[in-house]
Design a protein around this ligand. Structure first.
Ligand code: C2E
Ligand code: CA
Ligand code: CA
Length: 717
């Protein structure tokens, strides 16, 4: 091994001086700076390699220099004074920290030792701490920055170690959980923080089931970290995102989502709230009914009441929509006051409501509640100085415990079906019965078939004769709608008309009847009977159609028949209930155009006598319910007698409907009513049979006969 001659010389010099001392060779390659001074002269005797490298001097250059000469950063006087004082001290060693600034920023931890020996020495050992201290300072800064950042977070932050002890959390985390903030000291277990909160009822979802909640929350925290939403008892909502850290701890972020939740709630509430009444609407109804069912106390059932207001449309039409709104709000308030907390009322359609209640499944009690509602709905409602009168019909259905969600849906249908029956009776409460569903299924089947019936020309007008018994002649026919059903034969209007109306076929069927009635009139004229009238029935919808007079006119014009032979039958009930804007205008226009208006089903609709004049009715048709058994029922005779004399005094014609027996006919004749329609003379027949009927009926035009034999007429049919 080659030895650098210069270095060799240095070593020689060192050995000369402190050759007996083994320290220096050991220190030669140490990472510390080591300088040996002569204690007496305070001059440098030796210095190790790091010193020489740092100062750029060799051993010879260094020897005999004062320490302050070698390190010009140090104030010379002070260094020597310090060393002299050190010489005088009994302490053999002094430690100090020194910052050298001028050369470069360097921080040294200096250890000064006295070494006794042949030549007393002072050994100065210095450790460069600059990097270490910088690293420490940086670490301190980083931690301070992190803590500041965590504290400044508007979200809660907490870190737990592998033993699930709290390492650090910020103030936001503490403010989110005021009930457990006090225990949130580093070292506490997460589960103990939760327990502290639980004790004070901090977690809304935990109340009453603390143990299960805690188990679930810990499971999430330890095994299944991810995002959860948590509601606190003070109304605050938090979204918690937890993650596993690399060293198997847990770190979590707690975000306040209260505002978001409130907005969501408001939107949801809006979506399930009826704007006008503030009741809930029909959205999620079934789910909420199911919720009631799930938490049902024993001996109770969930009962659904489906209400439909009676005469609401009339209020709306006569008094306007504001009055209608007022009525609906009033009804909502009535229902709300009738429903105990936890049960609920909803508005599910224009004038339809649903009340859902948990009550004993005792029919009498349920009935009492329904009737109480009906009674309160019948109480007059004051509006703008007026008294409005409505009523309600109620369908009732019970929901059985222990049925699946699918079957639960049928409770609404069942209540609806019961309501349909209740509506027919008017102002009643009707319980759902199994048969109702069958009826509806049959009707639904009909409704489906009806759609195609029109395209297949399965509808046809039949004509029922009207007889002037005094003259023994046929004076007219009523056109009645028939459906030639491919399997079920000829169906009467009574069987399917309501369904057809619901299926939206009214317009097409009305047009068909107008056309066939006019066709019938033309045929009669062609057969030499231009004096016989044909009546058609007008539905309410048709009467409210502003195009009605024009449609009638074009029908008669198309077939070239006189208007006065086309009679229009209005239902008496229509006059009362459905005073739509065009109704009166239409009737007046029809009369003005020369059509004859008759009032159908007279006696059933309670029309005011005044209405007969107002609508310029030419004839009333006394309803079948008065005619049936009239010959044996004195009450009916009195009522019918009164109707006949009232009509006579107003110079209005009278026709009796549904005359089935000779006895009934004789009775009517005695009372002065000689115009009749009914099975005694003939059922409704197709157009092609009219000829035969008229011929066999011996009632040729102009032939004046004092009486007609019903048998002669009936015989042909
Ligand atoms: P409505 O106008 O009172 O017609 C009389 C109904 O009584 C007819 O039933 C008829 O077949 C039946 N009828 C006639 N004489 C007797 C009798 O002596 N005894 C019995 N038991 N019944 C008799 P239909 O054809 O089923 O009509 C029922 C209702 O349907 C009609 O009552 C009418 O309101 C309506 N309607 C029928 N055709 C039409 C139509 O084309 N348009 C409109 N809008 N309604 C119609
Ligand atoms: Ca009629
Ligand atoms: Ca009638």
């Amino acid at each position: 091994m080659q030895i650098d001659p210069d270095q060799n010389a240095e070593l020689m010099a060192m050995q000369q001086l402190i050759g007996r001392d083994i320290l220096l060779p050991l220190f030669e390659n140490s990472s510390s700076f080591i300088i040996v001074l002569d204690a007496a002269t305070l001059r440098i005797v030796a210095a190790n390699r790091p010193v020489r490298d740092m100062l750029g001097l060799n051993m010879r250059g260094l020897q005999r220099l004062y320490l302050s000469d070698a390190l010009p950063d140090l104030p010379p006087g002070r260094v020597n004074r310090f060393l002299q004082r050190f010489n005088g001290l009994r302490r053999p060693r002094v430690r100090l920290r020194l910052a050298l600034r001028r050369r470069q920023d360097m921080i040294l931890d200096v250890d000064i030792m006295r070494m006794a020996g042949r030549v007393p020495s002072i050994v100065v050992q210095a450790q460069d701490m600059t990097n270490t201290l910088n690293a420490l300072r940086q670490a301190d800064n980083a931690e301070a920055r992190l803590t500041t950042a965590i504290d400044a977070l508007s979200d809660g932050f907490a870190l737990f170690d592998a033993a699930d002890r709290l390492v650090i959390c910020n103030d936001t985390f503490r403010t989110f959980y005021p009930a457990s903030a006090a225990v949130m000291q580093p070292g506490i277990l997460f589960v103990d923080i939760l327990r502290a909160g639980l004790q004070k009822g901090q977690y809304a979802a935990a109340i009453g089931k603390e143990a299960a909640w805690l188990h679930d929350r810990m499971d999430r925290h330890l095994n299944n970290p991810g995002a959860i939403e948590q509601k606190l008892s003070n109304g605050r909502w938090l979204r918690i995102v937890e993650r596993r850290t690399v060293d198997d701890g847990r770190v979590g972020l707690w975000v306040d989502i209260t505002t978001l939740k409130e907005q969501q709630d408001a939107l949801r509430r809006l979506a399930v709230t009826d704007e006008l009444t503030g009741l809930r609407n029909r959205r999620n109804l079934l789910e909420d009914i199911s919720l009631l069912l799930d938490g049902l106390p024993p001996q109770r059932s969930v009962v659904v009441f489906h209400l439909d207001l009676d005469r609401f449309k009339a209020v709306n039409d006569v008094y306007g929509h504001l009055a209608g709104d007022h009525v609906l709000k009033h009804c909502a308030a009535v229902l709300e006051s009738a429903v105990p907390p936890g049960d609920f009322a909803a508005r599910v359609g224009g004038d339809e409501f649903i009340v859902v209640r948990r009550m004993p499944s005792d029919q009498a009690q349920i009935n009492d509640f329904a009737n109480e509602i009906i009674k309160r709905m019948m109480e007059p409602i004051s509006y703008a100085g007026q008294c409005l009168h409505i009523g309600a019909s109620v369908g009732v259905a019970l929901l059985d415990v222990g049925i699946g969600m699918g079957a639960r849906g049928t409770v609404l249908t069942a209540a609806d079906l019961a309501l349909y029956e209740a509506k027919k009776l008017g102002g009643m409460a009707v319980f759902y019965e199994t048969g109702m569903l069958d009826d509806v299924m049959a009707q639904n089947a009909l409704a489906r078939e009806l759609q195609t019936a029109l395209e297949r020309h399965e509808f046809e007008a039949y004509f029922q004769p009207q007889i002037d018994v005094a003259r023994g002649s046929c004076i007219g026919f009523e056109a009645l709608l028939r459906w030639k059903h491919p399997r079920r034969g000829v169906l009467s209007a009574g069987v399917f008309l309501a369904i057809a109306q619901r299926a939206g076929l009214t317009d097409a069927l009305d047009t068909l009847m107008m056309d066939e009635a006019c066709q019938c009139l033309r045929l009669l004229a062609e057969q030499g009977r231009p004096d016989i009238s044909v009546s058609i029935n007008m539905s309410t919808a048709q009467l409210s159609d502003p195009r009605l007079p024009q449609r009638l006119e074009s029908a008669v014009d198309k077939h070239g028949v006189p208007r006065n032979l086309l009679h229009i039958e209005l239902l008496e009930s229509t006059l009362l209930d459905e005073r739509t804007a065009y109704f009166l205008t239409n009737v007046q226009a029809m009369v003005a155009a020369g059509f004859v208006v008759e009032l159908d089903d007279f006696g059933t609709g309670h029309a005011a006598i005044a209405a007969l004049r107002k609508f310029r009715v030419s004839r009333i048709k006394i309803d079948r319910s008065f005619i049936r058994f009239i010959d044996t029922d004195e009450e009916l005779q009195k009522l019918t007698g009164a109707m006949i004399s009232m009509a006579n005094s107003l110079d209005i014609g009278v026709l009796a409907e549904g005359v089935e027996t000779q006895g009934e006919q004789d009775c009517l004749c005695r009372m002065g009513c000689t115009l009749s329609q009914g099975w005694l003379y003939g059922k409704a027949m197709p157009l092609r049979s009219l000829d035969q009927f008229l011929f066999a009926g011996h009632d040729a035009a102009g032939q004046d006969r004092s009486s007609v034999s019903p048998n002669a007429i009936r015989g042909v049919i």
